[in-house]
Ligand binder design. Structure first.
Ligand SMILES: NC(=O)c1ccc[n+]([C@@H]2O[C@H](COP(=O)([O-])OP(=O)(O)OC[C@H]3O[C@@H](n4cnc5c(N)ncnc54)[C@H](O)[C@@H]3O)[C@@H](O)[C@H]2O)c1
Length: 477
């Protein structure tokens, strides 16, 4: 069945009446299943079908009607939509799973939260600092009523817990600095020129949604299921490049082990600024405030491979053998890890490990179990998830603050600037755009007031904290 005809036919009622968010708890709930709206029903969404089929999928929404039909085969009783704003008029929904483009996540998250709906949102939950902050604030207002989870499912891998235990139990002495990196590098010349017309079954204007208008080009949609995000996420209006991509997962290794909070400063260096495209190669760093078990430390993020890795521990060799990894530096050595492996490297004359007090087996951090299931269980129980919008919100706010620091970085100094590598993206582009200066030239180190969400030593930087939206799209609706 095709196109608009499909929409009409598939818009059958969903059946069961389930109560609104928060009312599922307790013995009086008429059903112990969530009534879920899936927004974005292809690609990454497929990865959730297996777990979600134990619940009631009552609404499906996708701007591509073929993708909608793909999910409707699995969930034939769900009502179908192409405009996610309409989904929120459906009264029986009590939870949302959002797998759309990065630049719509904060909108959909806020709309769900403002209606007390549980929400699982693919990473990243925002495309600029302000979006993450609004989502987090909306979550915190009702955190005892709604369950939230940012889609950083690697967090459920046991190695996350083991790395955290090594750091906390003193395997490298007192923590001094932390680093995370990812070597994915997807250069793009600039936004593509308009070419062809969107197919009938694809609502391109709804795809653009709040984003500034860019003409249609099939090149934004050339990726396979779950990888199409790589066709649009490098562009400033559509994503945050490697930060919203693998950065969300990899920084989680460090953020989790540090019990980190919002930074007090951010600085950046990298390739020359491209007004269309986020930097494939970049290094950002942050001062992360002290907490009850460690001093203030410096946290670094490197992306793009090439020279963008931290200096390795002495004698270890290049850390780039861990393509996406994290490193912790302590007074007595280093830990180098990726999602599945960890290596402890004692270093220095006093590095005899006597200071390391591993916790007994019965005090190990318990396994998280299924990551999506944790969210489902929380929505029916105590609302507690490991990557809720407070934890995941602060992580990505920090990363996006680093990207903001890059945009105001005084990169005129020729010896600090790297040339943008030649793009492999042949044919569709309009050719490399003139590389410009940053939007503003600010101080190298931005001071940040995390309570207020303001840069305190560069007023122009605050203009980049939020984004402007097309008419009809309300972030906090
Ligand atoms: N957690 C992970 O490991 C992981 C892996 C891949 C992608 N992702 C994330 O998942 C998201 C989707 O990535 P993808 O590769 O599946 O992208 P995609 O471009 O294939 O989009 C996914 C689906 O959403 C639909 N869509 C886009 N905008 C929409 C809108 N406004 N309303 C309704 N439907 C819309 C698309 O038509 C498509 O069917 C991204 O944010 C990405 O960061 C996460």
């Amino acid at each position: 069945m095709r196109r608009r005809g499909f929409l009409k036919t598939a818009a059958a009622g969903a059946g069961l009446l389930i109560l609104r968010s928060g009312m599922l708890r307790g013995a009086d709930a008429p059903s112990n299943k969530l009534n879920i709206a899936m927004i974005g029903t292809w690609g990454r969404a497929d990865a959730h079908f297996g777990v979600l089929k134990s619940e009631n999928i009552v609404a499906l929404c996708d701007v591509n009607e073929d993708h909608l039909a793909h999910a409707a085969k699995m969930f034939p009783n769900a009502k179908t939509y192409v405009d996610w704003r309409k989904v929120f008029d459906q009264k029986d929904i009590n939870a949302v799973v959002c797998c759309t483009t990065d630049f719509t996540h904060a909108f959909i998250a806020n709309w769900a939260l403002n209606r007390n709906l549980h929400i699982y949102c693919e990473k990243p939950i925002g495309n600029c600092v302000e979006e993450c902050r609004v989502v987090r604030a909306n979550y915190l207002k009702r955190k005892d009523k709604v369950a939230t989870q940012v889609g950083t499912q690697r967090h459920a891998i046991d190695n996350f817990a083991r790395v955290k235990e090594l750091v906390r139990d003193g395997a490298i002495g007192e923590l001094q600095a932390a680093y995370a990196w990812g070597d994915r590098n997807i250069p793009k010349p600039g936004y593509m020129v308009g070419e062809g017309q969107p197919p009938d079954n694809f609502h391109y204007d709804l795809w653009l949604g709040p984003s500034p208008y860019h003409p249609y080009n099939a090149g934004y949609f050339k990726g396979g299921p779950g990888a199409n995000c790589l066709s649009w996420n490098m562009y400033w209006d559509f994503g945050s490049g490697q930060i919203g991509d693998m950065g969300s997962h990899t920084m989680d290794l460090a953020w989790n082990a540090l019990d980190a909070d919002l930074p007090t400063s951010a600085e950046a260096e990298g390739e020359k600024y491209n007004p269309d495209v986020t930097p494939p190669s970049m290094h950002t760093s942050f001062d992360i405030p002290a907490n009850d078990w460690r001093k203030e430390i410096r946290l670094h993020w490197y992306q793009g491979g090439g020279g963008m890795f931290p200096n390795p521990p002495p004698g270890f060799g290049d850390v780039s053998r861990f393509g996406h990894g994290a490193m912790f530096k302590g007074t007595q050595g280093f830990i180098v890890a990726d999602f599945d492996q960890r290596v402890v490297i004692p270093y220095g004359k006093e590095a005899n490990m006597t200071y390391y007090k591993p916790r007994p087996k019965d005090q190990l951090i318990p396994p998280l179990g299924g990551f999506q299931q944790e969210w489902i269980n929380a929505a029916k129980g105590n609302m507690k998830t490991t990557c809720n919008f407070d934890y995941g919100g602060k992580l990505i706010e920090t990363m996006l603050l680093g990207l903001l620091a890059y945009r105001v970085w005084p990169q005129f100094l020729p010896d600090q600037v790297k040339e943008v590598p030649a793009s492999k993206d042949k044919g569709k582009g309009k050719g490399p755009k003139q590389q410009g200066p940053p939007l503003f030239t600010g101080p190298k180190k931005l001071e940040y007031d995390g309570a207020k969400g303001r840069v305190t030593n560069c007023e122009e930087a605050n203009q980049l904290i939020s984004r402007k939206y097309r008419e009809g799209w309300v972030l906090d609706g």
